[in-house]
Ligand binder design. Structure first.
Ligand SMILES: *Cc1c(COP(=O)(O)O)cnc(C)c1O
Length: 431
C-alpha cells in the first residue's frame, strides 16, 4: 500500500479505523445498478445440487435425518433477549428480534456448513460424473458404495482455515473418502484439530499466524493436480453455497409470517472475516428477497478488513496491517486481515453498511443470549448484536415496530462446555 495519508483525506472514516474507534459506515453506493458476475440461476443451480445430494447426506450424517438430508438452521425469535435489551440499552428496539441460528447447522456447527460442504459436494459430483458414471437422476446415496469410495480416494481436498471452514470441509471431504488435508495456524482451537484428526483428516499446523497459512496451503495444493484446493480468499463455489441460505430464509419468512416490503424492512447483521460468508448470504438475500432486506456487516475494531477494503474501494488490495492495525481479536472466525477477492466487489452496491465493535462487547452479548434464551454461540457469532444499537439510532427507519432484525449467529453449538463457561464468565462481568 502506497499512501495511507491521502486515503484519510479522501475517506475521513479511515482515520477512525486507524484509531480503533467503533464506527458505523454507510455504503454510498448502496442500491445503485450494477453488473454482477453471478445470477439467480447460479443460486438455483446450487439449490438443485443440494437436493440431489440430500439422500447421500441423510445416509452419511444421521443427525440430518429429521430434515431428510437438508442442512438448514432454525430462525428463532428472541423475545426474552429483546426484553432484556430494552431494559439495558439506551435506545429501545421497536421491531422484532430474531436469531438465524447457523450455530446449530449440522456437521460444523457453523455457517461454514453452507459454503464449505457445498464446494465439497460440487467437487465430488464432478469427479463422480467425469471419472465414474454418476447421472443427475441417480439416487446419490450410491456415492457411499466401496467403488465410489475407491474412486474418491484417488483425489485430495485441501483447505486452509482458522477453524470452522476446516471442520466443515474436513468432515465432508473425508466422509466421501477424499484424501483430506487442512492447514491451520498455531492458534487454532485444540478441540477443532482433535475432532478433525478423529475423522481421519490430515491436520497440518503451521507455526505462523493465519495470513501466511493460505499461501502455503495453496502452494502445496498446486503441486498435485489430483488435489482440489478450497480457496477462502476467492472461491465462487463457496460464495454460491452461502447464497443458498436466502432461498431457505424466504421459506422461513413465509412459514413464520415475517413480512418484507417497504413498510416492513428486515435488517440482517452478519459478522465478516474474509467476507466470503456474509457477502454470499447478502448476495442471496438481495437477489432472492429484494430491496427491502438490508445487510450490515460487523467487524472487530482491530480487524475491519472488509470495511476498509470497501470504504477505500481498494478491496483486497489493502489490508488492516497497511493502516497500522494489529489484526488481533478474540473472535477467531473474524481474525482475517485482508478481505477476499470477491467480497468487496460483489458488495459494492448490495451492502447497506458496516459496523465495527470492541471485543468485550461480543462476550457481553454471548452471555446475555445464554442467560435469556439458553442458546450457545461462539464469540464471533455474537458480533451481529453489536451493530443493532448503531443501526437503529443512525437509521430511524429501521427502528419501527414493523421492522425485523435478524442477528446471524455464525457458529458455536460444538464448542466444548469448558470454553462456553469461560466465555460466559467474561461476558457476565460486563453485563
Ligand atoms: C468464518 C466465520 C465467520 C466469517 O466468515 P467469512 O467468510 O470469513 O467472512 C464468522 N463467524 C464464524 C463463527 C465463522 O466461522
Amino acid at each position: 500500500m502506497d499512501n495511507t495519508q491521502s486515503l484519510e483525506v479522501k475517506y475521513p472514516q479511515v482515520k477512525d479505523l486507524m484509531n480503533e474507534t467503533p464506527i458505523f459506515w454507510k455504503n454510498p453506493d448502496y442500491g445503485q445498478p450494477a453488473e454482477l458476475p453471478f445470477s439467480k440461476a447460479d443460486i438455483f443451480d446450487a439449490v438443485a445440487r443440494w437436493d440431489r445430494f440430500a439422500p447421500f447426506i441423510e445416509a452419511a450424517f444421521p443427525e440430518t435425518a429429521r430434515m431428510h438430508g437438508v442442512i438448514e438452521s432454525p430462525l428463532i425469535e428472541l423475545t426474552k433477549m429483546k426484553s432484556a435489551w430494552n431494559q439495558a440499552q439506551a435506545t429501545a428496539l421497536a421491531g422484532s428480534l430474531y436469531l438465524k441460528a447457523d450455530s446449530e447447522l449440522p456437521i460444523s456447527g457453523s455457517i461454514k456448513s453452507r459454503g464449505g460442504i457445498y464446494e465439497v459436494l460440487k467437487f465430488a459430483e464432478h469427479v463422480a460424473m467425469t471419472k465414474g458414471d454418476l447421472k443427475e437422476t441417480d439416487n446419490y446415496a450410491i456415492l457411499r458404495s466401496p467403488e465410489y469410495k475407491q474412486l474418491f480416494a484417488q483425489y485430495g481436498v485441501m483447505v486452509a482455515s482458522t477453524g470452522n471452514l476446516a471442520l466443515s470441509v474436513g468432515i465432508a471431504a473425508s466422509t466421501f473418502g477424499f484424501k483430506t488435508t487442512v492447514y491451520m495456524s498455531r492458534d487454532a482451537k485444540a478441540w477443532k484439530k482433535a475432532k478433525l484428526r478423529a475423522n481421519g483428516v490430515n491436520v497440518v499446523e503451521l507455526d505462523t499466524d493465519f495470513s501466511s497459512v493460505i499461501p502455503q496451503a495453496r502452494q502445496a495444493a498446486a503441486e498435485d493436480p489430483s488435489i482440489h484446493f478450497i480457496d477462502d480468499e476467492g472461491s465462487a463455489d463457496l460464495f454460491i453455497g452461502y447464497a443458498v441460505a436466502a432461498v431457505r430464509l424466504q421459506h422461513q419468512f413465509k412459514q413464520q409470517g415475517i413480512k418484507v416490503d417497504r413498510d416492513h424492512p428486515v435488517i440482517v447483521y452478519l459478522p465478516a472475516g474474509v467476507g466470503g460468508s456474509p457477502s454470499g448470504v447478502t448476495f442471496g438475500l438481495k437477489t432472492i428477497i429484494g430491496p427491502y432486506i438490508h445487510a450490515i456487516f460487523c467487524e472487530p475494531t482491530h480487524v475491519p478488513s472488509v470495511t476498509l477494503g470497501m470504504m477505500t474501494k481498494l478491496n483486497n488490495a489493502i489490508s488492516v496491517f497497511d493502516i497500522g492495525l494489529d489484526g488481533k481479536t478474540a473472535a477467531d472466525g473474524l481474525a482475517v486481515g485482508r478481505p477476499s477477492r470477491i467480497a468487496g466487489k460483489m458488495m459494492r452496491t448490495l451492502l447497506f453498511g458496516s459496523v465495527t465493535f470492541e471485543d468485550p462487547t461480543i462476550y457481553k452479548y454471548e452471555a446475555q443470549l445464554m442467560d435469556t434464551e439458553n442458546i450457545t454461540v461462539e464469540p464471533s457469532a455474537a458480533a451481529g448484536f453489536t451493530a443493532i444499537e448503531r443501526a437503529i439510532t443512525e437509521v430511524p427507519a429501521f427502528n419501527t415496530a414493523n421492522a425485523t432484525h435478524i442477528v446471524w449467529a455464525t457458529g458455536g453449538s460444538m464448542m466444548p462446555e469448558s470454553e462456553r463457561l469461560v466465555d460466559h464468565d467474561k461476558g457476565e462481568a460486563l453485563l
